[in-house]
Design a binder for this molecule. Structure first.
Ligand SMILES: Nc1ncnc2c1ncn2[C@@H]1O[C@H](COP(=O)(O)OP(=O)(O)OP(=O)(O)O)[C@@H](O)[C@H]1O
Ligand SMILES: O=C(O)c1ccc[n+]([C@@H]2O[C@H](COP(=O)([O-])O)[C@@H](O)[C@H]2O)c1
Length: 212
């Protein structure tokens, strides 16, 4: 996409020449898989992002009904998965803050750490559909532009969300979920090529998901 095709206007978020453009991909990443990586890569290209920071949750309060792997394991798998891409980084802010993870805190902290930067929060169709249940959901849209990406099995719609606050993006669809990866490991099925090779080896080394 050339500079002339740069997304602009109310539906495509801010276009402030000279300002850094930082993508934010929040997730529990239990484990991180190629669906996450493809979504981040595609949005980075389409929205001319300078960098995408992956932010593993500390305590995902909407997943409190199930066992979540230790934050350090999820953080390390995210580092392993993103290490080769110079445009990707990983932040510990949600883990180090402690307590339940709220995206409003993530975005406030990232704004403070990154002055003169426009933030683009990347989220899948399933999470986008739930956003009005998130803490301080009205404030969220003043802190970042939201980008909803397609995910097999979930309709991608911005119905009910503030006009101009959200862009919808088609990414090459990968029907991978962390839930399915965990279930495959528990059954002894392979997860090669669903997650990066280093993540397969880390899961094996740490014996994650075997008893689930
Ligand atoms: N295959 C996928 N395609 C596009 N987006 C995805 C995909 N998998 C996850 N996402 C998005 O990535 C973000 C983080 O997802 P998360 O870490 O919860 O993974 P998950 O696969 O949904 O996990 P789980 O199955 O445990 O709920 C969410 O916004 C989610 O919608
Ligand atoms: O802010 C909230 O209340 C909130 C509620 C649920 C999910 N989120 C965020 O949505 C992202 C994906 O979450 P999850 O649990 O689907 O991995 C992650 O960054 C979470 O912190 C945020």
């Amino acid at each position: 996409m050339g500079e002339q095709d740069m997304p602009t206007g109310p539906g495509n978020g801010p276009s402030n020449p000279g300002k850094r453009r930082l993508g934010v991909m929040g997730g529990t990443f239990d484990p991180i898989h190629h669906g996450h990586l493809v979504a981040a890569s595609e949005v980075a290209a389409q929205f001319h992002l300078d960098e995408v920071v992956f932010v593993p949750t500390g305590q995902p309060w909407q997943k409190s009904h199930r066992h979540v792997s230790p934050a350090e394991d999820r953080y390390l798998m995210t580092v392993i998965a993103t290490a080769e891409n110079p445009q990707f980084s990983v932040s510990r802010i949600d883990i180090d803050r402690g307590g339940p993870t709220y995206t409003v805190d993530t975005l406030r902290d990232l704004r403070a750490l990154n002055p003169d930067t426009d933030l683009f929060f990347i989220t899948g169709a399933d999470a986008l559909g739930q956003i009005l249940t998130w803490r301080d959901s009205v404030e969220l849209f003043s802190l970042a532009h939201f980008i909803g990406v397609t995910r097999p099995g979930h309709d991608l719609t911005d119905a009910g969300l503030p006009e101009g606050g959200v862009s919808l993006v088609e990414v090459p669809a990968l029907a991978i979920s962390s839930t399915d990866c965990r279930a495959r490991v528990a059954k002894g099925d392979p997860i090669w090529y669903l997650v990066p090779d280093g993540v397969v080896r880390y899961i094996d080394k740490r014996e994650l998901y075997r008893g689930e």
